[in-house]
Design a protein around this ligand. Structure first.
Ligand code: GP9
Ligand code: MN
Length: 430
């Protein structure tokens, strides 16, 4: 009911963080290109296998100041069973997925006040998702209509010949190549675009066709872990090529480029091999630390910060984007807050109720001191309160989703509720 949404609103209002004037409105009117790194964990950044960098291109974005990226090295995924779909959901709604299953599927017809719709209504953006898999996977071709995504370029738009496809779908290199003309079509439309590029090759079980690997596999004897580095390099090379193509088409300089990892690629079933690769025991705390995924962003005309150490998560991306666009996040129901804000709160909930902070972590029922790695036998009141808060935040989130509570909420006066029937996907409607 509307009373329930008031309780949620009271909470999200308190979590809201004021924009940072240095960034507010700096992305307004610019094209936004958002790149999804499938199964990419942050430990790959700067990682050397046999003395060689695994992802030299991404590393260059992190370290080359002239490239003007800001890299958040304490950014965590917050996904649950919905994996990729949860990451998409978190980034465009600042809501967590459901504790079980995938909100994309089970909450696929709820009312949302999501980023693509807001950008469309307020600033005339055309939003589009690019993905070389069938449109029905994760219920995308339905829920995107409820999120106000204007265009969905699924596998029917790509040349899915055998040599172009592996594992779940289109390989990343042909994916980015073939996406270029589609992006150019978007660029011809009036108003800026918000393009979401979803990669796929660096996905379990991390396979490439013969001759497509540029580095040797690791040698732990655990094939999943061993191949993980090779597909990561393949993804890295595909990005390098994509950036070059964007530059050639004149689409790089004035576009916001944002890159994020969706979730882990290596599960706890591979702790033995991971210990070998990282040279340390994979304890529950270490595993929680391994849930870092990359987040990097470049906003034309704004100096990159290099490496930003703030503790942040996927739920924080939408309010960050709103502020970059010059839209105050204040009146929206959002569980995250602006990552560039000086008021951003440094705790990152995981979907299972665990959470990370700068000094300590709560993992599988225990508090840990981050610097010593030791269990904190007597947590402080403040720590216990934080744990309760995380629990409360997640329960409010679930109320929003289960009660479809955004039906009862109007973020601003002339907000037009998203009407799914306004959206149609497929070449027939282009
Ligand atoms: C499939 C792709 C994979 O289209 O997004 O999803 P995941 O298995 O990572 O959730
Ligand atoms: Mn995924």
């Amino acid at each position: 009911s509307s009373e329930d949404i008031t309780e949620v609103e009271n909470y999200t209002n308190k979590k809201y963080a004021e924009p940072n004037a240095e960034f507010f409105g700096k992305a307004k009117g610019k094209n936004i290109i958002k790149i999804h790194l499938e199964s990419f964990q942050s430990f790959l950044i700067d990682f050397k296998l046999n003395g060689e960098e695994v992802t030299p291109f991404l590393n260059s974005l992190v370290h080359d100041e002239s490239k003007n990226f800001t890299y958040f090295d304490n950014f965590f995924h917050q996904t649950g069973q919905g994996k990729t779909a949860d990451a998409e959901f978190l980034l465009d709604n600042s809501l967590y997925g459901t504790p079980q299953g995938a909100a994309f599927v089970t909450k696929g017809t709820n009312t949302y006040q999501s980023l693509p719709a807001i950008m469309g209504q307020k600033q005339d953006y055309t939003s589009a998702v690019f993905h070389g898999d069938e449109g029905s996977f994760w219920n995308r071709n339905q829920i995107y209509k409820y999120l106000g995504v204007d265009k969905f370029y699924d596998s029917s738009y790509y040349d899915m010949s055998r040599e172009n496809v592996i594992n779940y779908g289109l390989k990343d290199k042909p994916f980015f190549k073939q996406s270029m003309p589609l992006i150019e079509t978007l660029d011809e439309k009036e108003g800026p675009f918000y393009a979401h590029m979803m990669t796929l090759t660096h996905h379990y079980p991390f396979v490439l066709d013969e001759g497509e690997e540029s580095i040797e596999a690791a040698e732990t004897g655990d094939g999943t872990v061993d191949r993980y580095f090779q597909t990561a390099r393949y993804l890295d090379e595909s990005l390098k090529q994509f950036f070059q193509d964007l530059k050639e088409k004149g689409l790089y300089e004035d576009s916001v480029i944002m890159i994020y990892g969706d979730h882990y690629g290596i599960s706890e079933n591979h702790n033995r091999a991971m210990k070998e690769v990282l040279g340390e025991e994979i304890t529950p705390l270490k595993n929680a630390n391994l849930q870092r995924v990359p987040y990097m962003i470049r906003v034309p005309g704004v100096d990159g910060q290099g490496i930003n150490h703030e503790f942040t998560g996927q739920v924080d991306v939408m309010p960050t984007m709103l502020h970059l666009l010059g839209i105050d996040a204040k009146n929206f129901i959002q569980f995250g807050s602006d990552m560039f804000s000086k008021e951003h709160k440094e705790f990152v909930p995981f979907r299972n109720g665990d959470f990370m902070t700068e000094e300590y972590s709560y993992v599988k029922g225990k508090f840990y001191d981050n610097s010593s790695g030791e269990v904190i036998e007597e947590p402080t009141e403040q720590m216990k309160e934080r744990k309760e808060q995380v629990h409360y935040e997640l329960s409010l989130n679930d109320e929003v989703l289960n009660g479809d509570l955004l039906r009862f909420y109007e973020p601003y006066e002339d907000w037009e509720p998203i009407d799914a029937s306004d959206y149609r996907y497929g070449k027939a409607y282009d």
